[in-house]
Write a protein that binds this ligand. Structure first.
Ligand code: ADP
Ligand code: MG
Ligand code: MG
Length: 891
């Protein structure tokens, strides 16, 4: 019965061969990536050994019921018969046997996680037949020993090392370097030994019946879906456990058949740089696994023409053809038998961010894709990588765990678990990776000392993340699978451990924590990056600004394409030894005169800061937020510092202590801060407004074009804004009169409280711009304190109560809805009201998409994320619906 003829019967097996395949590239979920592309290549007329694919459906049913669904055996037999027809050989024949490979292949690539068996069908009898028909004894026995080895390992559970050391022993005894140099006599001995190993250590006997071999292999491949390492891998990458794998059974072609045969892997373009050139490695007289296993040193594909001239030429042609067909860079596996090329696999190649950019741009130049497609080809979140060292994309590894990538770059160092160890390692000149539950400001020195910081808890705006980004240091946060056992001196995840002092690699772009040392490469921004960004800029509607508090940050931001500053935090200007004491004097002052004296000293410092920023952002808007945090944040909290301050200011330590106590708040996030504090201390608003406008006038007088925007924080009621606005305008009048000069400036407000959103119409009457402070708006809308969320939010995320960390990605339904109200009512009251967003969300591509939908004018993010936001803004225009998230999976 031909099952495929009857549409009501489920089709279990898809055949490919002789220029025709049942499947196609579109059937990845059913045939797995490997099977779907083998089918696609066959239909394209690319030389692919014929075979068939047993669907992932069968795997799923098999895993559930522990039995093959009815009809599968029959379908496999039919497919085998067709395969025999294609090849003119019979499976199980003793004279000229059809041999097959049995290959796993899931819909998502899980490199090295599941198993493949080659040369299946060989037996004690047919190995002799193969030797006769091929006229090559060495080849036949080499194929057989490989088969025994793989079957023993994969199906019968024999530790592969038991085979390997025997192989090594034979190489040594015969004084050869490579397996291919072993003589038939040695190989025969080896085969006998392998059979013995299987008898002694295998879960069953090695079957001499090819059909039994085949079913054993098919079962084993299905079962390999749920080996602990495959499960761990899926956990690490968030791959669903119910996808299952397909099984591909394919006629063998032999790369181990002498000097005109070989096997290799190739990328159609360089996956590290993106350069358009075939990139890869091959081995003469070898079979598949040899290239990646590292037992022999492969040759560069550049030299393939010398050894296998015809096949090399054919490979170049086929690679170009496949790339054109798939319209993307391909990762190929091939084998050459007797000078003839066969393709065994193609898939979209993984690549560095830098290569992704170059490939997209050059493919647009070549007319393979258009510019918009090129823009869409690069995932915005990966763009930051372009400016940082990255993990070599051709490296094979299984991460210990995957956390939230918080600050990109790749780092390698020895595991340390405490701040002290990190500092000691640094002093000893030893690179280290600091892994902590979470970091606190006490860890700062250790963070400086470490190559990278990894935390188990906290989001992308946690202390570790913010500090690391500020330092441009690789950082992964919220690695929830990771457990620290400080007493035992190790970390643990997914049933694996890494000990203190062991090497660890951290990929800050993907969030992967990898045991050992993975090679890294140093990318450089280049002309391709600039061009891709210019294409993105052409299509995006949202402007992109940066959050920058210093002239240095402002210049960096501008270099990355920022079109202004969306948030300049003035409180950061109050930090630093000499300033903080003046600020403290201002806070602790007991008389108005004392306070004014302190403010008078702060004024020129702030003015100078603003002058530098206005110069760096000449001609572009600079939104300066007046003081936001509660004052007690500036007061000392430890005894030594109190005593020092007392000495420096001539106050008694008791007075200072009393003041610190008086200012203590149970819930400072909702306390006396922002415009509330400014209401109590109008002189602060006056001083800051004066500093801003005097700076602007000074820059203007020098021929510059400063564009100041004064932003009032934490407004919940229009009257609060009115109060601050009046102070600012009155101060401006004074400044302009004194200088006999003037300058345009805007006054606007943060929108970061639900009440501000709900009364946005009223507030817009007093504000020339809105800037959403989505960090506070998230805290106050969800009623979740970001600093305290660590105790429950991870569990919430695990359970899917919130699908995403709301501090990383704007909560669409709640916070997003409030934003919508604020935009609609604000613009209704004041048409053309300028609206932006500042805060961590401004650099998150999905949040940028929401901002596009809401019709905001700009997003503002940290300087290094400006290119990310520019590209994300273009994606939001070009692909308004959510595209499948650019997964962390290296597909
Ligand atoms: P993985 O998914 O780990 O890459 P594959 O199923 O691709 O495993 O098999 C690994 C290698 O085995 C292939 O790259 C290829 O070199 C070799 N191989 C698989 N099937 C065949 C075949 N039919 N003939 C020759 N070599 C094969
Ligand atoms: Mg492969
Ligand atoms: Mg705020």
């Amino acid at each position: 019965m031909d099952r495929s003829a009857d549409p009501s019967v489920q089709k279990y097996v898809y055949v490919f061969g002789r220029g025709h395949a049942d499947g196609s590239a579109g059937k990845k979920s059913l045939l797995g990536g490997k099977g779907a592309n083998l089918a696609e290549m066959t239909n394209l007329g690319v030389p692919v050994p014929p075979g068939f694919t047993i669907t992932t459906d069968v795997c799923r049913q098999h895993l559930m019921s522990h039995a093959m669904p009815e009809g599968v055996e029959e379908a496999v037999s039919e497919a085998l018969e067709r395969l025999e027809g294609f090849t003119g050989k019979r499976f199980g024949d003793d004279e000229d046997p059809l041999l097959v490979s049995v290959r796993s292949g899931a819909a998502v690539s899980m490199p090295g996680m599941m198993d493949t068996i080659l040369n299946l069908g060989l037996t004690e009898k047919s190995v002799a037949g193969l030797a006769r028909v091929s006229g090559d004894e060495r080849f036949a026995w080499d194929s057989y020993r490989r088969f025994l080895q793989m079957y023993g390992d994969v199906v019968l559970g024999v530790d592969h090392r038991l085979f390997e050391w025997r192989l090594t022993k034979h190489r040594e005894e015969s004084g050869v370097h490579e397996d291919s140099e072993l003589t038939p006599a040695h190989l025969k001995e080896l085969v006998a030994e392998y059979r013995g190993v299987i008898e002694d250590h295998g879960s069953g006997l090695f079957p001499d019946d090819p059909r039994e071999q085949l079913w054993g292999a098919i079962h084993a491949v299905f079962e390999s879906w749920r080996t602990p390492r495959a499960i761990a891998y899926r956990k690490a990458y968030g791959i669903p456990h119910d996808l299952g794998t397909a099984v591909n059974v394919q006629a063998m072609v032999y790369g181990n058949r002498g000097p005109s045969s070989g096997t290799g892997v190739a990328f159609t373009r360089n996956p590290a740089t993106g350069e358009r050139q075939l990139y890869g490695e091959f081995l003469i007289n070898a079979q598949g696994e040899d290239v990646v296993s590292g037992t022999r040193d492969p040759l560069s594909i550049d030299g393939m023409g010398e050894h296998l001239p015809g096949a090399a030429e054919q490979l170049i042609e086929t690679a170009a053809r496949l790339e054109r067909h798939y319209r993307d860079m391909q990762d190929l596996e091939f084998t050459v038998e007797g000078g003839r090329l066969y393709l065994l696999q193609t898939r979209t190649g993984k690549r560095t961010a830098r290569a992704a950019v170059r490939i997209a741009v050059e493919m647009a130049d070549e007319g393979v894709i258009d510019r918009n497609e090129a823009v869409l080809r690069v995932a915005p979140e990966r763009l930051e990588e372009v400016l940082h060292p990255t993990v070599d994309p051709s490296a094979e590894f299984t991460p210990l765990a995957v956390g939230n990538p918080a600050s990109p770059g790749a780092a390698i160092g020895r595991l340390v678990l405490t701040a002290r160890e990190a500092i000691e390692a640094k002093a000893a000149g030893e690179p280290c990776i600091l892994v902590r539950e979470e970091t606190s400001p006490d860890d700062f020195e250790a963070m400086v000392a470490a190559e990278a910081i990894v935390t188990c808890r906290g989001g992308r705006s946690s202390h570790a993340a913010v500090v690391a980004r500020g330092m441009g240091k690789c950082c992964v946060v919220g690695t929830r699978a990771l457990r620290i056992d400080e007493a035992a001196g190790l970390i643990r995840a997914n049933e694996r451990t890494v000990k203190r002092g062991d090497w660890l690699t951290v990929d800050g772009a993907s969030g992967e924590i990898i045991p050992g040392r993975v090679p890294t490469i140093q990318p450089e921004p280049d002309e391709h990056f600039e061009r891709l960004m210019s294409w993105a800029d052409e299509v995006r509607r949202l402007a992109v600004r940066a959050n920058a508090d210093t002239p240095g940050d402002a210049s960096t931001a501008r270099r990355h394409g920022a079109e202004g500053i969306g948030l300049c935090r003035t409180e950061h200007m109050f930090a630093g030894e000499e300033r903080i004491d003046t600020v403290r004097e201002m806070i602790l002052a007991s008389t108005a005169e004392e306070r004014q004296r302190a403010l008078d000293r702060l004024l020129p410092m702030q003015r100078d800061d603003f002058i530098g920023i206005f110069r760096a952002m000449d001609g572009l808007p600079v939104t300066i937020r007046l003081l936001d945090p509660p004052l007690h944040e500036f007061l000392p909290d430890d005894e030594a510092e109190i005593v020092r301050l007392a000495g420096a200011t001539g106050r008694s330590p008791d007075d200072i202590r009393a003041e610190v106590d008086r200012m203590h708040e149970a819930n400072p996030m909702l306390g006396n801060r922002g415009c509330r504090l400014a209401f109590e201390r109008p002189d602060l608003t006056r001083m800051q407004t004066r500093a801003i406008l005097e700076a602007a006038l000074a820059v203007q007088a020098d021929g510059g074009d400063p564009r100041p925007e004064i932003m009032i924080p934490l407004v919940g009621h229009v009257a609060e804004l009115e109060n601050q606005r009046a102070l600012a305008i009155e101060t401006a009048r004074h400044v302009f009169d004194e200088r006999n000069d003037r300058i345009d400036f805007a006054i606007g407000t943060m929108i970061e409280l639900p009440r501000a959103c709900l009364t946005a119409g009223e507030i817009a009457g007093r504000a020339e711009f809105f800037s959403f402070g989505t960090n506070d708006l998230t805290q106050t809308t969800l009623g979740i304190s970001r600093d305290d969320s660590g105790s429950f939010l991870p569990a919430y995320l695990d359970a899917g109560i919130y699908a995403e960390d709301p501090f990383q990605r704007i909560d669409r339904e709640g916070v997003g809805r409030l934003m919508r109200i604020a935009v609609d009512e604000g613009r209704a009251a004041r048409p053309g009201l300028k609206i932006g967003i500042c805060g961590e969300h401004g650099g998150d591509p999905e949040s940028v998409r929401l901002c596009e939908e809401l019709g905001l004018d700009y997003v503002s993010c940290s300087p290094f994320r400006v290119p990310v936001a520019r590209l994300a803004a273009a994606h939001a225009v070009l692909a308004p619906a959510e595209r499948p998230a650019a997964t962390r999976i290296r597909a």
